[in-house]
Design a binder for this molecule. Structure first.
Ligand code: C2G
Length: 131
């Protein structure tokens, strides 16, 4: 049983998120997603349109996701990797190199981001629809 782990805010769940989760899920038998809590988003200086509970529920409904856990701080990854017996930790490549220290505990992969889509782009597009 090969377990894959990733983290993120996943606000306004979109194609970039789906394509990342699909590719990560294909690397193993189960995919665990750490969903950033609203408090951790604040630490990341990131606002999200959707609450933690809302973002969690959407992730849990995604066919590629086995389990969703809360992401509360920067330092929980090693603990999560050990508790969940994670084999592969993966993120989009905007994070390339940032989590290489976790190579001590599991394989670390960075996958190409999906171009031309992001939560902030979506927000701007929605705003322009309202003009
Ligand atoms: N992503 C992607 N393509 C996009 C947009 C996002 O592949 N067009 C990926 C990101 O690289 C990330 C994941 O989707 O791996 C979630 O993106 P965010 O919700 O923006 O997460 P982020 O704020 O980067 O938080 O501890 C890690 C952090 O919690 C990551």
């Amino acid at each position: 049983m090969k377990t894959v782990l990733t983290y993120g805010t996943f606000d306004l769940f979109h194609l970039g998120h789906v394509r990342l989760l699909r590719r990560l899920a294909a690397l193993g038998d189960e995919l665990i997603v750490g969903c950033s809590t609203d408090e951790f988003n604040h630490l990341k200086n990131k606002k999200s349109a959707m609450s933690f509970e809302h973002r969690m529920e959407i992730l849990e409904a995604c066919r590629y996701v086995t389990k969703v856990i809360p992401e509360r701080d920067w330092d929980q990854k090693q603990i999560d990797i050990e508790r969940e017996n994670v084999d592969i930790f993966g993120m989009g490549d905007d994070w390339k190199g940032k989590f290489d220290h976790l190579k001590e505990f599991c394989e670390v992969v960075y996958l190409p981001r999906t171009e031309d889509i992001s939560t902030s782009l979506l927000v701007n597009e929605i705003k322009s629809l309202q003009r």
